[in-house]
Design a protein around this ligand. Sequence first.
Ligand code: DUC
Ligand code: ZN
Ligand code: ZN
Length: 465
Amino acid sequence: MTHDTVITGARVVTASGTISCDIGISSGKIASLGTDLTGTEVIDARGLIAMPGGIDSHVHISQPSGPGIEMADDFAAGTRSAACGGNTTVLPFCLPEEGHTLREAVAAYRAKADGNCLTDVSFHLIVKETDPVTLGQDLPALIQAGYTSFKVFMTYAGLALSDRQILDVMTVAKEQNAMVMVHAENEDAIEFLRDKAERAGETGPYHHATTRPVPVEREATHRAISLAEIAGVPLTIVHVSNGEAMEEIMRARQRGLTVFAETCPQYITLTADDLDRNGFDGAKYVCSPPPRTRDEWDNIWRGIEQGVFDLFSSDHCPFRFLDTAGKDAPGARKTFRNIPNGIPGVETRLPILFSEGVVKGRLSLERFAALTATNHARLYGLYPRKGAIMVGADADIALWDPTLSKPIKQADLHHGSDYTPWEGFEITGWPVRTILRGITTMLNGVPGKDAVGQHLSRTAPELLG
Ligand code: DUC
Ligand code: ZN
Ligand code: ZN
């Protein structure tokens, strides 16, 4: 049988280990793994590693961010950047605009995304209202339509839910078999610390970090887990930044609870001191939870290596720096309170983990694949179509050159932001080709021209075990 495409000579990170073999692709699917395969197109991948295409299950694209504030990426830019970083699927969050329902929000996001993407896309929902129509009708209908995960916030005025509301939302997740993702930071504690800091004149970007200290996250993590235990649901704690929050997750698992955990590049490479850079430059690093300390990098690495973390995502949430619709929002130089939260990172997530993890000997290739693709697919209902190189799956593959060394540079990236927090960060190991359902979407850093990404409907979460 002649395939549409054959990739030859790579070390292939398959679902059952790493082997040297050819990959035969037909009609956008992986049709064969073997030797001496033939294809109309032959991709010579000698010296390269074939990984499952990255799945970034935590990104924000075109998300409403308040009056006058605009995210730096639309779906074209965000998914172009993702593809250039070795990704084939992203899962952005769908946040309703003020006064709009979740169903309307989904329709609006679909209208913005469909036909404009260079990766496949599926949406998590953000639940910020708990009225009877949202919980009794819209949310169940959307879950049944394939939006099988949603996020609740314990911080941010207008988004944060009370404990009772979280329990009510979790109850819908239990009835409908959906995954609850929690942003765990205690809003009242942050507000108390913010007021205190502002009274003391501590208003620079650095104080974004000092007013969201570790106990703020640790307490909320403990509470979210307890609420999930009471409601009787599994949950995912997203963007875990420190060892104490991680220990809450480990203790919960020891008690027999099903808790999944995600961390991000910023928590192994940036610190709160980055928020203290010259003048207003620290605003480039303002995100929540904030970057911590070098000691916390060690804690997070311990969690990555020992299996506490299931997911390594970017939390890509891009704003432009020199822009009053971005980090330089009205009032942002007066107080950190007005600086939009979030950093760009969808294109740099995989190279950072590959370089810091695989190349430095902390992670096997298989564990890298699990943390960056397979577990995302399983937990969010995309497996076995996505997340692994195996016969029958979509031909979503990133070819990596493990020896290519060059620093991260804003000039080389494809997001809409005007900076990267990792300017000059040395990387060994870059994706050199990204293939989505058999179609090349990035070659040697150059994105494909055709918006071949599709919307994905998802099934129920598969609880990793
Ligand atoms: N939480 C996120 O998940 N992303 C960006 C900002 C935030 O607070
Ligand atoms: Zn969050
Ligand atoms: Zn996020």
